[in-house]
Design a protein around this ligand. Structure first.
Ligand code: ADP
Ligand code: MG
Length: 303
């Protein structure tokens, strides 16, 4: 992954570093201003109210086949970042590209289609349709794109992959919270999306159930090559990702690669809610705005 704050000119050294970051991941790098990635943000920022930035200008490249976690105190802009990146919200400025497609160039109809066909979503609330069976909930994203032979089989496979084959005919009301979230993951993966966006997917689950859900997301990356971007406030969840991006008051302040939960906790402890950085723990100084922070690929790292 590569990130830097946007909104200022890039030096040649930075551009070269960006290209290197792109090559370090699964995707080929263009060597230009936009290294290839499943998800590329350039200068993306969001103000809900004029003059009050919820997300400050940010450059971010997520190579395909990578699991990225986004952390930070409540209100720091995690969901805003996810919603802008996933085409659920239009940023105030900057460019979001998914698999090379510039989202700002799309009409609402085409954006909806891109979300349906190329993205998967998992939220804290699983949002299953209560009047449909478990299987019908998983078939739904396929049917929205036009029914095809084999849809039901694909949905059954997706359910089996989350260990719920035998609950296909159940009503969502009959499932536990963890089972419902596993159905939501099956529904997110059934279209074989380029990127899965998850916002606090374990936020409503007990630790053991949360681990099951995280294992499914991890496997989606390791075995099936999906790209996952997950917002979480849980250090244990974040530690399952390849890299963790830390936000504070709308700004990315750092990233960690291959961290364990204790390291993440220490890092989070040093992010003051008021934005004041406490002098505790092994936290790097905030990156200079002109210095890109790079992380290298470590595909296949056991977790
Ligand atoms: P997080 O997910 O990190 O808790 P959010 O991205 O939801 O934070 O919010 C970032 C900031 O933007 C907060 O100050 C929040 O109050 C504000 N915000 C979020 N959504 C909206 C909205 N739809 N309208 C106005 N302000 C919003
Ligand atoms: Mg949020």
């Amino acid at each position: 992954m590569f990130w830097r704050r946007g909104g200022h000119p890039r030096t040649e050294a930075e551009a070269a570093a960006a290209a290197t970051a792109g090559r370090a991941g699964a995707g080929p790098a263009s060597g230009t201003r936009s290294p290839a990635g499943a998800l590329v943000l350039e200068g993306v920022h969001r103000e809900y109210k004029r003059g009050v930035p919820a997300l400050r200008p940010l450059d971010l490249t997520v190579p395909s086949g990578r699991f990225l976690a986004v952390m930070g105190p409540s209100g720091c802009g995690k969901s805003t970042l996810l919603q802008c990146a996933a085409g659920l919200d239009r940023p105030t400025g900057g460019t979001v590209r998914i698999g090379g497609t510039d989202l700002s160039s799309l009409s609402e109809t085409r954006l909806t289609r891109l979300r349906r066909e190329r993205l998967g979503f998992v939220f804290q609330a699983h949002n299953l349709v209560p009047s449909l069976s478990v299987l019908e909930n998983v078939v739904l994203p396929l049917m929205l794109g036009g029914t095809a032979a084999g849809d039901e089989l694909r949905a059954r496979d997706a359910l089996a992959a989350v260990g719920l084959a035998e609950r296909a005919g159940a009503s969502p009301a009959e499932l536990s919270g963890g089972q419902s979230q596993r159905v939501a993951i099956a529904r997110a993966l059934v279209t074989r999306p380029d990127i899965v966006f998850a916002d606090e997917p374990t936020g409503a689950l007990d630790p053991a159930t949360a681990q099951e859900v995280l294992a499914l997301l991890r496997r989606a990356v390791d075995r099936d090559g999906h790209t996952v971007v997950m917002v979480t406030h849980d250090p244990v969840a974040a530690a399952r990702a390849d890299e963790i991006l830390f936000l504070e008051r709308g700004r990315v302040v750092d990233c960690l690669e291959g961290a364990d939960p204790d390291q993440v906790r220490r890092f989070m402890g040093a992010l003051g809610r008021d934005g004041e950085r406490r002098q505790a723990g092994p936290v790097k100084a905030p990156a200079d705005t002109r210095t890109p922070v790079l992380s290298t690929a470590h595909a296949g790292a056991a977790r």
